[in-house]
Design a protein around this ligand. Structure first.
Ligand SMILES: NC(=O)c1ccc[n+]([C@@H]2O[C@H](COP(=O)([O-])OP(=O)(O)OC[C@H]3O[C@@H](n4cnc5c(N)ncnc54)[C@H](O)[C@@H]3O)[C@@H](O)[C@H]2O)c1
Ligand SMILES: [Zn+2]
Length: 324
């Protein structure tokens, strides 16, 4: 990154680093010591986690930029997880019709997913990611060393989304991730590249990019109903989606069974009764992928071959929930 910022396109840039209390403590010292261009940067601290993705916090950041006289030469450097990157991208998209921004993701999930692909958002009106823009970062800098200070739960969340990306794109990567004893830098790089490849093919999410929603229709319902973290919910959601894939698209049963074994070792699987499932079905119909009564899911023909917009009946949804 240090070398990148000496390129002519960054000449005259002034930098403001957006961070939260954890990345201030664990990540800022490393960044400042390694990147000369950022040594004079101002910084703005926002609340940690999802709490920063609000209009109120965005307004505070805009005000601070205005008060500091930031013009369009200014560059916002988002140093944090998906929350800081989503907020920072949103703020950058709106300020003076668009500032350049750089993402330095500091969680496993943001290195492999959230900081790549140009989607920015805040939560508004009680709805997650309801207001946002496509505003890609000029640069995304991945340093896996930031994972060293992450809580275990955050590693698990990131791993589930990594497995998701591999499941819809690449059998070898999927096998590696679900068999590896430890995650390596190479795994992170491979998944980040894969995500980048998909978003480049469909930057505005009209087609192929939807495969990244694999496991999410079930996952969102599980997240809301069981109050499990997002990544873990998606991990469980993928199990239900794989089960349906064996029934509807001929995914090999062994794949479902071996994933079932893997996820059961990582996560305590929630058990749902029919009564629970009846409460979860409306959550799935509310999901943005539900159209005209049918719930539409991403399913797999095989690992690495996903199909989008597959209609799934309530009967099939119940069956999948009961099975997992
Ligand atoms: N834009 C996209 O394409 C996209 C994709 C997926 C998810 N997201 C969004 O990402 C957000 C979740 O991001 P996340 O999972 O990265 O979590 P997060 O950004 O909310 O961070 C989780 C916690 O980890 C802390 N943290 C961050 N880096 C740390 C480090 N190196 N050491 C110690 N603590 C650290 C944070 O301060 C926070 O408390 C959600 O809002 C989600 O909607 C966006
Ligand atoms: Zn997700």
């Amino acid at each position: 990154m240090a070398r990148e910022l000496t390129k002519p396109e960054w000449a005259g840039a002034r930098y403001t680093i957006l961070l939260d209390e954890n990345t201030f403590q664990h990540c800022l010292p490393q960044v400042i010591s390694q990147v000369e261009a950022l040594q004079e940067a101002e910084f703005i601290e926002v609340p940690a986690g999802e709490e920063c993705k609000s209009l109120e916090v965005a307004v505070q950041v805009w005000q601070t930029l205005l008060d500091g006289g930031a013009d369009r030469q200014h560059v916002l450097v988002n140093l944090g997880g998906g929350s800081v990157c989503d907020l920072g991208g949103f703020v950058a998209a709106g300020y003076k019709r668009g500032l350049r921004h750089i993402n330095i993701p500091t969680t496993l999930l943001s290195m492999t997913d959230a900081a790549i692909g140009g989607k920015t958002a805040i939560d508004f009106g009680g709805v997650k990611n309801s207001i946002g823009f496509f505003h890609p970062a000029e640069l995304t800098v991945i340093d896996h060393a930031f994972c060293n200070t992450l809580p275990t739960e955050e590693i698990a969340n990131g791993l589930m989304e990594m497995v998701k990306t591999s499941a819809v794109t690449d059998n070898t990567l999927f096998e590696q991730l679900t068999n590896a004893a430890t995650l390596t830098k190479q795994h992170i790089v491979e998944v980040a590249k894969m995500k980048n490849q998909i978003v480049k093919a469909d930057p505005y999410d009209h087609g192929i990019r939807k495969i990244l929603n694999f496991g999410h229709t079930f996952g969102h319902a599980i997240e809301m109903y069981s109050h499990l973290p997002h990544g873990i919910s998606v991990g469980v959601g993928m199990l239900a989606a794989m089960y349906l894939s064996t029934k509807k698209l001929g995914l090999a049963e062994e794949i479902y069974l071996s994933y079932s074994k893997w996820i059961s070792a990582k996560v305590k699987l929630p058990k749902y009764t029919l009564k629970d499932i009846e409460k979860m079905l409306p959550l799935m119909h509310q999901d943005k992928k539900a159209k005209e009564g049918a719930v539409r899911c991403v399913l797999l023909q095989e690992i690495g071959a996903a199909a989008i917009d597959i209609d799934v009946s309530d009967h099939e949804l119940r069956d999948a929930f009961l099975h997992i």
